[in-house]
Design a protein around this ligand. Structure first.
Ligand code: UT7
Length: 337
């Protein structure tokens, strides 16, 4: 009988655009204040891509770093999965195809995942399934967003919240169970479809002049309703994944939550009795970067030397759909085999 194959989190990389948009900058654009934004969200600044910088450009830069850190080259990648709701082109081609082209990856399956802020963890569940079924060996998983491209800069309810960026990870096959993903749980409740939505372009509202004039191409959010559901759902979800795997909150060195709002992160962290040094926080400097938020946060702790080989990460996320997901994954760089 052949040995069982597991998925291992081999490497991380990220790209953050240079341009910084501070709360003080936003004070000049809409009726808001640094005090309100910091108190309600924890966000101080966010990064914004250049006009000529696309989601796939940022994703390619993050991917190059992740592939190099995995000790691989582009030719070793046999599946490219990109989580994004701000693709280079709505409809087609997929952003994953564009990233593959920019990386020089040819004749390899590539597709996008649309699960908003939960997209990266959704993509991890796909990578795990492909690897454990022995269909693929080295999966490039990307979360990348140019959220600024769907923001109405006159809408204070949304324009203060989001930022741009990309993160990427290489998920590889291993027979060493110690390196393996412990669990990934992803779920959705489509009855809340209108809590977070960009109404156009799409088959319901094609890109007509009327749709654009109405601003249907911009993100709309029922913020407070989403906030309450996020706290309730995430608390339940992380408690369930920990209980199912007989792991306690105190045994998690790195709790990496989706970075939407400091108050959501704090509420979930408190429900798990997490101490401050267990909780990874980047929301103050990047804002909410949707599918890119978790890989960008993992990259932050990696680059600051806090994330060590074999250390366990608890990921949790919540977003449009509504979707949510959590994962228990050890960091398993190859050189430590
Ligand atoms: O990542 C995907 C999932 N997304 C999330 O998880 C986001 C979840 N939601 C949130 O993070 C929060 O709901 C927000 C930060 C969006 C809003 O915070 P809130 O505490 O829920 O505030 P609210 O929506 O209840 O609004 C309170 C007040 C309102 O004024 P009135 O009606 O009380 O007079 C808003 O008009 O704050 C006002 N407001 C603002 N004031 C200054 C809304 N946005 C702003 C702003 N500056 N930027």
């Amino acid at each position: 009988m052949s040995e069982k194959i597991y998925a291992a989190f081999r490497s991380i990389g990220a790209y953050v655009p240079k341009k910084v948009l501070t709360n003080q900058d936003l004070e000049k654009m809409v009726d808001t204040s640094d005090e309100w934004i910091v108190k309600r969200t924890g966000i101080k600044e966010r990064h914004i891509a250049e006009d000529n910088e696309s989601t796939s450009d940022m994703a390619t830069k993050a991917s190059e770093i992740a592939i190099k850190r995995a000790g691989l080259s582009a030719k070793d990648i046999d599946l490219v999965v990109c989580a994004t709701v701000t693709p280079d082109y709505f409809n087609m081609p997929s952003t994953a195809c564009l990233i593959s082209d920019k990386l020089g990856i040819k004749n390899v399956q590539a597709f996008d995942i649309s699960a908003a802020c939960s997209g990266f963890v959704y993509a991890l569940s796909v990578a795990k399934a492909f690897i454990e079924s022995a269909m693929k060996k080295n999966v490039l998983v990307i979360g990348a967003e140019k959220f600024s491209s769907i923001i109405d800069w006159n809408d204070r309810n949304t324009c203060v919240l989001f930022g741009d960026g990309a993160g990427a990870a290489v998920i590889g096959a291993t027979t060493n169970k110690e390196e393996a993903f412990i669990d990934v749980h992803a779920s959705a409740d489509g009855s809340y479809w209108d809590f977070l939505i960009t109404p156009a372009p799409g088959s319901v509202n094609p890109a007509t002049h009327a749709a654009i004039e109405e601003g249907l191409q911009f993100v709309k959010m029922k913020g407070n309703e989403t906030f309450k559901l996020a706290v309730k759902t995430l608390t339940k979800d992380v408690k369930e994944i920990l209980a199912k795997n007989n792991i306690e909150g105190k045994d998690i060195p790195h709790f990496v939550p989706h970075q939407a709002n400091y108050r959501i992160i704090n509420a979930v962290g408190n429900a798990l009795n997490m101490s401050e040094n267990q909780v990874v926080l980047t929301v103050h400097k990047y804002g909410n970067t949707s599918a890119a938020s978790i890989p960008m946060a993992i990259n932050d702790i990696y680059e600051s030397g806090k994330l060590k080989s074999k250390e366990l990460m608890l990921l949790d996320t919540f977003g449009g759909g509504l979707t949510w997901a959590s994962a228990l994954i050890p960091f398993a760089p190859k050189e430590n085999d």
